[in-house]
Design a protein around this ligand. Structure first.
Ligand SMILES: *Cc1c(COP(=O)(O)O)cnc(C)c1O
Length: 495
């Protein structure tokens, strides 16, 4: 399958190139030239497969220059780091209500599903296209991508990885996970500012001709582990397909029945993967976008206007504290009928005026709906799920749960519904503990882990508890403008 840029359909690359380069040179994102469709015989095969095989099968539909057995080998290695529940178990919590738990990996958030696999995909993609240069991975993180990327790429030969996080914009646990990261090829740096500042500054370095040139002379190319990379997106499509197959296999639904997904959203990567699964033929009734107080996406779907000129809030769901949702561009590309000129025009408007507007009819005709939850509603969702179902939601999943409750109450829709659960409650132990108990205590994150463990049925993951003993290795905090200097320093390039 070929891939094209959202901003210029004449830029055509292979899947391996799309993964190795990360982003198109015109600033657009790579999208599949068409969507592969899963037919009945595909479903029959998928039902018989375990998770790594299913993931390889879905990936193979897009990445056909890889063989199924190559992909299967990579997926088996990648997903062996997950706990005994497996990478993407579907947990039934009520009639027609399910949680797709995507946090059983090494860093306890859904980012592991893609980032445990991406290093294998990248290394093999480079081989396929004969790229022997070292790859420097640059990551801007709102909290979870950074750690997941570090765990995926640490000590992977031929790669170096740099992670930039907003110094005051991540949870204590998220920060500790990153600044204690070991590995000979890793660097973690705090940025004064929010995620958007970090993301914009990193994007600027990516397209900075002088940086590209200097690195090239030293035999280094840059790539991205952010969800702008198709190699991040593809593994995410797999769990939507897998969860549907699981619901059919377990007799919860009949093959062909439609289901809803509710997805807590920030950069629009996770829910875009659901949309791609829909495009592949998974029967989806509604895809529900769930925003926190940074409700730019919810506003967009409800008005057609995407306006970043607004207040930025720091919330208890920090991984969704984002105003510039990179992956929305891939959705816009589809909804305007793959009109690359229109995408260019909209994104030029966004760059120059901080806003673009789309005909709302296009959105109303799509399968998307959107809602949002403020901080209080998020906490209420945590408390009520614990009361009703004895289940502890993390702060991000709780945003989705709150939006789902509103949706179900307003519409009475009883379509089977899967809420995508994106992180372990132990990643945000204090906020979850306080929400369950209706308190507002301040305490050390590890004490909160202990108290939470005494409160809920789930044991705390060892990798969270172990953090307490780890040494802080990465203490740098810099201005966004200094990212370029740091990148060249880390790459060991002389100016
Ligand atoms: C990254 C993240 C999200 C948001 O996912 P996007 O793909 O950016 O929309 C939601 N919840 C958690 C826990 C995350 O880490």
């Amino acid at each position: 399958m070929k891939f094209i840029s959202t901003r210029n359909k004449n830029i055509v690359v292979s899947g391996a190139q799309a993964i190795a380069y990360g982003i198109s040179e015109d600033g657009g994102l790579f999208v599949p030239a068409e969507f592969p469709v899963l037919r009945d015989d595909d479903f029959i095969k998928l039902e018989e497969m375990d998770y790594p095989e299913r993931a390889a099968y879905v990936l193979n539909k897009y990445l056909d220059e890889f063989s199924f057995s190559e992909l299967k080998d990579m997926c088996q290695k990648a997903y062996s780091s997950f706990d005994e529940e497996g990478p993407a178990p579907v947990s039934k919590i009520d009639d027609s209500l399910y949680l797709l738990e995507l946090w059983h990996g090494p860093t306890c958030a859904f980012k592991d599903l893609a980032l445990q696999l991406l290093p294998y995909l990248l290394v093999e993609s480079k081989k396929k296209i004969g790229l022997s240069e070292e790859t420097l991975i640059l990551v801007a993180t709102s909290g979870d991508t950074g750690k997941a990327a570090l765990e995926g790429f640490k000590d992977v030969e031929g790669t170096k990885i740099m992670v930039f996080y907003p110094a005051d914009g991540v949870s204590n646990m998220q920060r500790l996970q990153m600044v204690t990261q070991k590995g000979g090829n890793v660097k973690v740096i705090g940025i004064k500012g929010n995620f958007d500042d970090a993301q914009s500054a990193v994007k600027k370095v990516f397209t900075d001709e002088s940086v590209i040139e200097l690195l090239k002379n030293s035999g280094i190319t840059m790539s991205s582990a952010n969800s702008i990379n198709f190699g991040r997106l593809a593994p995410q499509i797999a769990y939507y397909v897998s969860s549907y197959v699981d619901l059919v296999s377990s007799g919860e639904i009949k093959k062909g029945d439609k289901i809803n997904f509710v997805v807590p959203t920030g950069n629009f990567g996770n829910i875009l993967a659901a949309y791609y699964a829909f495009k592949m033929g998974i029967p989806i009734n509604k895809l529900i976008v769930a925003s926190n107080s940074n409700k730019i996406l919810s506003d967009f779907f409800n008005t057609g206007e995407y306006d970043i000129k607004r207040q930025f809030y720091k919330t208890i769901s920090p991984s969704m504290d984002i105003l510039i949702s990179s992956n929305l561009e891939r959705f816009i590309f589809e909804i305007v009928g793959r009109d690359d000129e229109k995408v260019r025009e909209l994104y030029l408007n966004l760059k120059e005026n901080g806003v673009f507007k789309l005909d709302k009819k296009l959105l109303d005709e799509s399968i998307f709906l959107a809602g949002w939850a403020d901080e209080e509603e998020t906490k209420e969702a945590i408390a009520s799920y614990f009361d009703l179902y004895d289940y502890a939601l993390d702060t991000h999943t709780a945003v989705a749960a709150s939006v789902h409750t509103d949706y179900a109450t307003e519409t009475g829709d009883n379509t089977p519904c899967v809420i995508v659960s994106t992180a372990s409650p132990y990643k945000f132990p204090l906020d979850v503990y306080n929400a369950i108990n209706g308190t507002d205590k301040k305490m050390d994150a590890f004490k909160a882990v202990n108290l939470l463990e005494m409160t809920i049925a789930l044991d705390a993951p060892e990798n969270i508890k172990n953090l307490k003993e780890q040494k802080v290795i990465h203490g740098d905090i810099i201005e966004p403008a200094d990212i370029k200097k740091k990148v060249l320093e880390f790459a060991n390039v002389q100016r």
